[in-house]
Design a protein around this ligand. Structure first.
Ligand SMILES: Nc1nc2c(ncn2[C@@H]2O[C@H](COP(=O)(O)OP(=O)(O)OP(=O)(O)O)[C@@H](O)[C@H]2O)c(=O)[nH]1
Ligand SMILES: [Mg+2]
Length: 440
C-alpha cells in the first residue's frame, strides 16, 4: 500500500550520530504549522526562505538552528517542505523529532520523501532510482553514471520516443476509420521510417544501460600462498604471458607484480605477491608486508597451495581473512588436489580456463553498480518495447491491416509507461523505494 501522502512526515535526513550539522526534514500539509510550534517568530508569508533562529523545545531547551522553508508545489516533494539544520547532538535531535511527532507528524518510511516527489510528478521512476544510486555510489564512476541518469539520461530519450510513438499511433488509428475507402494517413514508407527510428533509439538506449551496469573499476585478484607454491607460474598462465619470474628457489617474488587483463571484456587486475612465511630476512619481510597489503585491498584472493603439500595454519601463511577467497591447488600434474580445492597446473594448463571463467563470473557479480536494480528493470521494459516495435515493423513490411500495427504500438507505449512509472503498481513502488534509507 502506498503510504498516505496527506500525512506530514518527519525524519533525520543527515547521517545519524554526532557531527557538525544535523538536518531534520518535514514534508506535508502541516509542516509549516508544526514548525511554528518551535519558532515563535516564523513569518506567516509563504515564500522560500531561510531563517536563523532558536528552536524552543520542551524542558526549556533552546536549540540554535537555520530553518529552510519551501512552500509547495515548488519543493522536492511538491508539498510544503521544512528543513531544520542544527547541532548534530543525538539526544537533542531525538527530542526535536519527538516534538514534531507530538505535534502530529508521522515518522517517514524509507524513501518516502523521494516517493512523494515521484507521485507529485517531480521525478519519473528512472530518476527516483538514480537518486538512490547517487546516495549509494561507491566511486567516482558510479557517481557519474548515477548523475547521468538523474539528469535525464534515460528519461529524456524515453519522453521523446513516447511522443513519437503517440503521434504515430494517432496517425495509424486515424486511418482505421477510413479502412473501407483505402485511405492511408501514413504511407508505408513513412511508417517504416518512423518505426526504424524508434528501433534505433531503443537499441542505443539498451547499449547505454549495458554500459552503465558496470562500475568500470577493475576487479582485483591477488595470488597468495607459501613460497614456491607456484603463484607466479599460475599468474603467468592466467595472464597468458611470462610476466613474472619463476624459479625453483622459494622467495623468488619480492615486490608485488600487477597485470591488467581483459577476460571476455571484463577488466581484471591480477596481482602476484611474495610467498607468505615467517621470515627473518628484512627484505623478504618487507616484501611480505607489501603482499599482505595487496591482499587487504583485494576483491578476491586465490589461496594457492602446492598439491600434496601439507596444510599450514600459521598466522604468517594465512592471507587477510575479511576478503572473499578461492582455494586453488597448484602443480596438479604431480599430485591430486585436496577436497574443496580448484585443481590447476601451469605446466599442462589444467584448470586454467575454468579459473579464468570463475574470475569473470566473480568480477561481473561484484561489479554491479548501485544502478543495477534500476537498469535491469529498465532493460526488461526496453527489450519488451523493442520486441513490439520489431513486430510492428514486420507487420508494416507485410502491409498488414493497420489494427495489428496499432496493437503493437499500444503495447510498446504501455512498456514505456511501466518503465517511467507512468503506469505503476503499489508493489513496484514498494520494491523501488524500500531500498532507500529513511530521510531520503
Ligand atoms: N610440475 C609443475 N611445476 C610447477 C608448476 N607451477 C610452478 N612449478 C614450479 O614450482 C617452482 C616455483 O614456482 P613459482 O611460480 O616461482 O612459485 P611462487 O609461488 O611464485 O614462489 P615465490 O615467488 O618464491 O613465492 C618453479 O620451479 C616452477 O617451475 C606446475 O603447475 N607444475
Ligand atoms: Mg613468485
Amino acid at each position: 500500500m502506498i503510504p498516505n501522502p496527506s500525512e506530514t512526515i518527519v525524519a533525520l535526513c543527515s547521517a545519524p550520530g554526532p557531527g557538525a550539522r544535523a538536518i531534520v526534514r518535514l514534508s506535508g500539509p502541516t509542516a509549516f504549522a508544526i514548525v511554528t510550534g518551535f519558532v515563535a517568530d516564523l513569518p506567516a508569508e509563504r515564500r522560500r526562505r531561510c531563517i536563523s533562529t532558536c528552536l524552543e523545545l520542551p524542558s526549556a531547551i533552546r536549540l540554535p538552528a537555520d530553518v529552510y522553508l519551501w512552500p509547495g508545489p515548488r519543493s522536492y516533494t511538491g508539498q510544503d517542505v521544512v528543513e531544520l539544520h542544527t547541532l548534530a547532538a543525538p539526544p537533542l535531535i531525538e527530542l526535536l523529532v519527538q516534538a514534531c511527532l507530538d505535534r502530529g507528524a508521522r515518522a517517514a518510511l524509507p524513501g518516502e520523501f523521494t516517493m512523494r516527489a515521484f507521485l507529485a510528478g517531480k521525478l519519473d521512476l528512472t530518476r527516483a532510482e538514480a537518486v538512490l544510486a547517487v546516495i549509494d555510489a561507491g566511486n567516482r564512476n558510479e557517481l557519474k553514471q548515477a548523475l547521468a541518469q538523474l539528469a535525464g539520461g534515460v528519461a529524456r530519450p524515453l519522453a521523446e520516443l513516447r511522443e513519437d510513438l503517440l503521434n504515430l499511433l494517432a496517425d495509424v488509428e486515424a486511418g482505421l476509420d477510413f479502412a473501407d475507402e483505402d485511405i492511408r494517413f501514413v504511407p508505408q514508407e513513412q511508417l517504416l521510417h518512423r518505426l526504424t527510428r524508434g528501433l534505433a533509439l531503443l537499441t542505443l538506449l539498451r547499449k547505454q544501460l549495458d554500459e552503465r551496469a558496470l562500475s568500470g573499476q577493475a576487479f582485483r585478484v591477488v595470488l597468495a600462498g607459501k613460497p614456491n607454491a607456484g603463484k607466479s607460474s599460475l599468474f603467468n598462465a592466467l595472464a597468458g604471458k611470462p610476466a613474472a619470474l619463476v624459479h625453483t628457489e622459494p622467495g623468488t617474488t619480492r615486490d608485488y607484480l600487477v597485470e591488467r587483463l581483459q577476460i571476455d571484456g571484463t577488466p581484471i587486475e591480477l596481482v602476484d605477491t611474495a610467498g607468505l612465511r615467517d621470515s627473518h630476512d628484512d627484505i623478504e619481510s618487507r616484501a611480505q608486508t607489501l603482499g599482505q597489503k595487496q591482499a587487504e585491498i583485494a576483491d578476491l584472493i586465490l589461496v594457492c597451495r602446492e598439491a600434496g603439500a601439507p596444510h599450514t595454519n600459521g598466522a604468517a601463511t594465512t592471507p587477510h581473512s575479511g576478503t572473499a577467497q578461492v582455494r586453488v591447488a597448484t602443480k596438479c600434474d604431480m599430485a591430486a588436489a585436496g577436497p574443496g580445492e580448484l585443481a590447476t597446473s601451469a605446466v599442462t594448463g589444467q584448470g586454467i580456463a575454468g579459473l579464468r571463467k570463475l574470475l569473470v563470473e566473480r568480477a561481473r557479480a561484484a561489479q554491479r553498480s548501485p544502478l543495477a536494480p534500476s537498469l535491469s528493470r529498465c532493460r526488461h521494459h526496453v527489450e519488451a518495447c523493442l520486441a513490439n516495435l520489431r513486430r510492428a515493423h514486420a507487420e508494416a513490411l507485410d502491409d498488414s491491416p493497420a489494427e495489428l500495427i496499432a496493437l503493437e504500438l499500444r503495447d510498446s507505449l504501455d512498456q514505456i509507461g511501466a518503465l517511467t512509472g507512468a503506469v505503476h503498481t503499489d508493489d513496484l513502488l514498494d520494491r523501488v523505494f524500500s531500498r532507500f534509507c529513511i530521510g531520503k
